[in-house]
Design a protein around this ligand. Structure first.
Ligand SMILES: Nc1nc2c(ncn2[C@@H]2O[C@H](COP(=O)(O)OP(=O)(O)O)[C@@H](O)[C@H]2O)c(=O)[nH]1
Ligand SMILES: [Mg+2]
Length: 465
């Protein structure tokens, strides 16, 4: 079954919570460990990871999942909320005249980001100018000039001058008719005293409205000290994370944001001047944890649940675990899934299922499943209330009648009944089980190929989802 291929152990622990509506301490501990692992491998700084995971742990044990929400979604939402809380919204950048100073180590992507940001402001109808004050790196002037040409924005630099403060001052005068002044600075290989002195001097000369720290997404545990030193020197209002088109997840940005009490302004996603995005928490966090679109998933699940409950007040998904599993229950499950949208889109949103898994399925697998679900729905509409409540009463002659009434064929009706039986059997095995049995059962199902749920398009969407 598809779950076998998911790989990520975080996803594995989350999937174990699939059938549960309550979490025990072991579950929470396991999942918190996996979250720690994910964050650390995304380069989030150790003490921050510990802080984050302890608040996730507290909330996961302390808060009851809202009615109709599975333990898995409950935990996902907590993790998501805690991370959103930490990174916050993107740095406020009013579309008005301002001076922005860029700081960061050599090679972090300052010059590229200066041109990118200038291009971005120009698309908002403003007139940006980039001022290059790097007198340290050979070729810095040419590089900045060329990038600004490509971005079609004004540029100022002075290849014959070796005083960055003078260049900054004259640059502001020379580009006085621009609305946005982006001041690019030199970097060093490491934090050296003269670099800090230099940027402090530029800072007091240009008196920026905002100072942004440019960080390579691949920066690891060094982000903390760098952020602190630049923050002490010039005050950091926001972070630009570059090279997110690579494999690095950019966890260092979280550290920097936490250290400077700021936020993320821009994301760099390539080498050309257009490869820039304003920061948006959802995409960044989903990527950080290596999961699908968390926000959309949790919103959609919530909505689907609410609507299902509204549509039929008598039907409570939790009842399935107690009474018998009827065709009516199966129909409700399918309706809830249907409300979440086209199956392939839903799969894209499910953490870990996106891309990889879909690529392994035949092209039309999604359509086939969706078509089949629709057929089943039509068939169930042709059944009487009594038949829906007691599928065992459906003999050969009733199968014939239902097939005719629904405009399908007997084989499809029998497939539906078969599918129901498999789901019922699976659920029976869950009923009356202790927690430990439940976990063993889940494991077994994952190994064996998912009980009866595989036929409805993957365990992530199984009847307990
Ligand atoms: N792939 C990729 N490369 C980038 C990005 N931003 C910068 N670079 C590259 O990183 C290198 C250093 O960038 P540069 O702007 O010169 O850094 P600076 O020394 O801080 O000014 C250059 O080769 C850039 O092309 C990005 O978002 N994606
Ligand atoms: Mg540079």
């Amino acid at each position: 079954m598809v779950l076998d291929n998911l790989g990520s152990s975080l996803r594995g622990s989350l999937d174990k919570l699939q059938g549960k509506s309550r979490l025990d301490e072991d579950d929470v501990e396991e999942i918190v460990k996996e979250i720690q692992r994910s964050l650390l491998s995304a380069d989030v700084e150790v003490s921050l990871v510990m802080e984050l995971s302890s608040s996730i742990e507290d909330r996961a044990t302390g808060e009851e999942p809202p009615a109709g929400t599975s333990a898995r979604d409950h935990v996902l939402r907590i993790v998501y909320e805690e991370l959103v809380d930490l990174v916050g919204d993107s740095t406020d950048l009013p579309l008005e005249s301002q001076t922005i100073l860029l700081a960061g180590l050599q090679g972090s992507g300052k010059t590229t980001s200066a041109a990118k940001m200038a291009w971005w402001f120009s698309t908002k109808g403003l007139r940006p100018a980039v001022i290059q004050t790097d007198t340290f790196r050979p070729g810095a002037y040419d590089q900045a000039e060329q990038m600004c040409e490509r971005a079609e924005v004004s540029f100022y630099g002075d290849p014959d001058c070796d005083d960055p403060v003078k260049i900054a001052r004259e640059g502001l005068e020379a580009t006085a008719d621009a609305d946005i002044h982006i001041v690019d600075t030199a970097g060093r290989h490491a934090l050296e005293a003269d670099l800090i002195d230099e940027i402090e001097a530029i800072d007091s000369t240009v008196n920026p409205d905002r100072s942004l720290l440019v960080l390579d997404a691949a920066i690891g545990q060094g982000a903390k000290q760098q952020a602190r030193e630049f923050n002490d020197a010039i005050g950091i209002d926001g972070v630009v994370v570059t090279k997110l088109d690579g494999t690095a997840k950019g966890g260092g940005a979280l550290t920097a944001v936490n250290e400077t009490n700021s936020s993320i302004a821009f994301l760099g996603t390539g080498e050309t001047v257009q490869d820039v995005e304003r920061f948006e928490p959802n995409g960044f966090i989903s990527r950080l944890l290596g999961m699908g679109d968390l926000k959309q998933l949790s919103e959609r699940v919530e909505r689907a649940m609410a609507e299902t409950q509204e549509a039929d007040d008598d039907w409570d998904p939790e009842d399935i675990m107690e009474g018998s599993f009827t065709l009516k229950d199966m129909q409700k499950q399918m309706e809830a899934m249907d409300r979440m949208g086209p199956l392939d889109q839903v799969m894209d949103m499910i953490p870990g299922l996106g891309g990889g898994i879909k690529d392994q399925l035949p092209d039309d697998a999604m359509d086939v499943t969706q078509t089949r679900m629709r057929e089943f729905d039509v068939i169930m509409d042709s059944m009487t209330e009594a038949e829906l409540e007691d599928p065992r009463s459906i003999g050969a002659s009733r199968v014939r009648r239902i097939a005719r009434g629904s405009g399908t064929d007997e084989e499809t009706v029998r497939e539906l009944l078969q599918q129901h039986k498999m789901m019922e059997r699976t659920i029976k095995q869950f009923q009356g089980m202790g927690e430990g049995d439940m976990q063993r059962m889940m494991k077994k199902m994952q190994q064996q190929g998912g009980g009866g749920m595989g036929g409805l398009g993957g365990g992530g969407l199984g009847p307990f989802g």
